[in-house]
Ligand binder design. Sequence first.
Ligand code: ANZ
Ligand code: ZN
Length: 808
Amino acid sequence: MFIRSMKYYSPQEIEPKWQEKWFKSDLYKASDFSKKTKKYILVEFPYSSGDGLHVGHCRSYSALDALSRKNRMEGFNVLFPMGWDAFGLPTENYAIKTGIHPDEVTKKNIASFKKQCLRIGFSFDWSREINTTDPDCYKWTQWIFLKVFEKGLAYQAKIPINWCPSCKIGLANEEVINGECERCGAQTKRVEKKQWMFRITDYADRLLKDLDKVDYLSKIKAQQKNWIGKSQGVTAKFKLVKPKSEDKVEEIEIFTTRIDTIFGVTALVVAPEHPLVKDLLGNKDIKKYVSEAKKKSELERIELSKEKTGVDSGLKAINPMNNEEIPIWIGDYVVATYGGGAVMVVPAHDYRDYDFARKYKLEIKEVISGGDISKKAFVDYGKLVNSGKFNGLGSQEAIKKITEDLVKNKLGRKTVAYKLRDWVFSRQHYWGEPIPIIHCPKCGVVPVPEKDLPVKLPFVKKYKPTDTGESPLAAVKEWVNVKCPKCGGQGKRETDTMPNWAGSNWYFLRYLDPQNDKEFASKKKIVYWMPIDLYNGGMEHTTLHLLYSRFIYKVLADLGYVKGVEPYKKRRSHGMVLAEDGRKMSKSFGNSVSPDDIVNRFGADTLRIYEMFMGPFEQAISWNSEGVEGCYRFLNRVYKLCKENIKDQKIPQNLNNKLHQTIKKVGDDLEKMKFNTAVACMMEFINNWQEEYLSKKEAELFVKILAPFAPFLAEEVWVEVFKNEYSIHQQPWPKYDKNLIKEERIKIIIQVNGRLRGEIEVDQKEANNEEEVTKLAETEPKVKGYLKGKKIKKIIFVPQKIINFVVA
Ligand code: ANZ
Ligand code: ZN
C-alpha cells in the first residue's frame, strides 16, 4: 500500500531492468595487467547455507561495493570478486536430515545466494566466481596441502578431541558447554584420535612480528597478538623428594613469567595429563579426579571465574632456590599443553593460586611487598621480601638475577611460551576436501602425486558419521583401496577430510586466475594483483580464518609461489546487524529480517542505503524498520527532485557551495569507511535542494556521488531522466571546486550585561560550540576592557547568534 501511493519512484520497475543490463554488459569486469592502478577489494565470501544471504552480509557487501564503485569511477582497475565457501558441517547436517545429497544442497544454495546478490546489484566481477567444492578448485586446496606436507609442516599426532557419542562427531572446544554437546546436550567425551596437524607454531613469531607491516583495525591486531600469546619467562626444575627407583619422573619443569616470586612457592600443581600422574592412578581419589577432568573442555578448565579444584598427589618437590619441601597437587586449571603442564603455586601473588590455596589450606607467603595479602593476592611488581639474598630488589631486577642464578646452576633456562597451538587439520566428515595421502603398509605415508589431483570426493549414499569416529569415507571400499604410488602395493586412502578453513585459506588467490588448470594462479597475475588492498570481514574471523590464511600465505611465500609475505594490506571489520529487539537474529527467536523481504517492499537501493546509514560501520547496530522507511523516502525525494527541481539557470551561490562541500565529504567519508555520515550528508543536501532548483549539470554531479550508494536509481536518472549515455557507473568521479568548499563564516554578537560590545566571525561548526566562542569572545580586543577586573557570573549563549557575559 505504501508503495502504490508513491507516484514517482518505482524500484520494482527500474531495478530488474538495470540488473540485467549490467550483467550482460560485463560492467564490473576487472582487467588483468591494465595500466590503470589496481585495487583489490575483498569481502569474505559467505558460507552458502540454506538460510540464504543475511542482512549482515549485505551490510559488508553494500559498503565495500560503494567503495569499489567509487574507486572505479576514479579510474582504478578494481577487482571486487565473489565466491562460495561451501564445504562444511551445516550442509552435511542438512543433507543427513533431509536425505538430499550435500552436492545437490550446495548447488541449490549457491544458486539462491547468487540470485540475491544480483538482485541487490553488488558490482562483483562474476567472471571470477569460485566455489570451494568444485573439484577444479579443491584440486589446488589439495595441492597446497601437499606443499605444506613437503615442507615438513604437516604431521600426524594422537590428540584428544571432544567427542559427542550421540552426534558421533568431534567438536571444537567452543562447541562444548559444561561438558555437554552444544548441538544435542549429550555428555561429551575426550577421546584420543590420530589427526593431521599443521605446524603453525613454527610461524608464531613471524605471524606476530609481521603485524607491524599491515594496517589492521587496532582491536584486530590486539586479538591476533592475544591469540598467538607470546610470553617471555623461565622454565625452572623442581626435583622430586626421594624418587623411588622405579619412578620415571625425577624432576618437574614449571614455566613461569614471575620467577621473582619463587621464594613464595608453597606447592606445585601439575595437569591431570602430566606424565607424573600416570603412576598415581592406583589411588582411587586421584583416578576419579583425573577422569572427571577429562570430561571438561580446555576452555572450561582455564575459565578464570570457575572454582579451582585439585587433589593432593602425596608427592613432594624441592624448591631449587631455598630447598624447601613443598607438596605436589594435581589440578585441572593447569593446561597440559602449555609451558610443560606444571606450575609453581605462589598464592600471595597470583589470583588463581590464591583461591586454590584458600580452598586447600596451603600457606600464603608474601614475597613482594606493596599489597595486603590477608585480603587478596598482590599481583603487581614490587620490592622483594622474604627472598634471601634477593631482598630489596625490584621485581624486574630480581627476575634477571634469579634467572642468572638458575641458569648457572643448570636449574632453569629462559623460555618463550606461546598460547598458539598447532592446528588440527583433519575432520571425520564427508563434506570436505579429501586429504591427498595414501597409507601404505610398506612405504608408510605417501603423498598422492600431483598429476593424480584432484582426489575427488566419491559420491556415496551414506554420509552419516560412523560409530567408530571414522569418516564416512572409510566405508567406501572401492575408493579407499588404492595402489601405493611408490611401490605399487596395496594401499589405503586417508579418509579424513579437511576442515572448513581449508578453502578460505587461499581463495583470494584463485579469484586472480579461476580457470587456470596448470597452477592455482599464474605468477604474473599474482604479482599484478597482490597484496589485497582492503579486506573486510566479521570480527568472529579475526583469530582463526585471518591467522590461518596469513600462515598459509607465508608458507607459499617461503616456497616462492606468491608475492610479499602478507596477503592483506588493510583489514577492517563491520559490526553485527542485530534484530529490532537488540538480540542476535535467529530462527529460534523468530526475529530475523530477510533481505529479500526488504527488496520486495522497498527495492535494493533502499536496503543498501539503509545498511550503510544505520550506524558507524564497525559498530553492532539493531535493525530499525522506521530507518528503512526513512531511506526509502529519501530515494523517493531524490527521484522527484531530479524530475521536478531542475531549471536551466544559474545555481544559487549557497546551494552551489553546499553541493561542492557534499561532493568532498562523500568522497572523503567513503575512503575513511564512514558510510553513515556520507549518506547523512547527501540527505542534508537534498533538504537544501528541495527549496531551490539545480541546473541539469549540477544535478548530475549529485547523482554521480549517489551512484555508489544507490546504483539502480542513479542509473535510471542518468539514462532515462537526464538522457545521458549508459552507464553512470563508468563516469568519472566528480571533482569539487576548492573555492566553493570553504565554510561560510558566521557572525556572532558579543554583549556584556546585555549591551553590544563587539562581534566575531567563526566557522559554521564553531558557531555552535559554547566553549570555543567564549574563548574567542573573551579575548576580542574591543570586549576585553569591559571584562577586565570583573567577575563573570553567567554566560548566555545562543548558538550561531549571540554570546552575553553577565558580570559584576
Ligand atoms: C608463578 C607465578 C607467580 C605466576 C605469580 C604468575 C604470577 P602467561 O602470561 O599467560 O604466559 N602457568 C604456566 N603454565 C601454565 C599452565 N600450563 N596452565 C595454567 N597456567 C600456567 O602466564 C604465565 C603464568 O601462567 C605462569 O607464571 C604460571 O603462573 C601460569 F605471582 O608462575 B606463574
Ligand atoms: Zn608403498
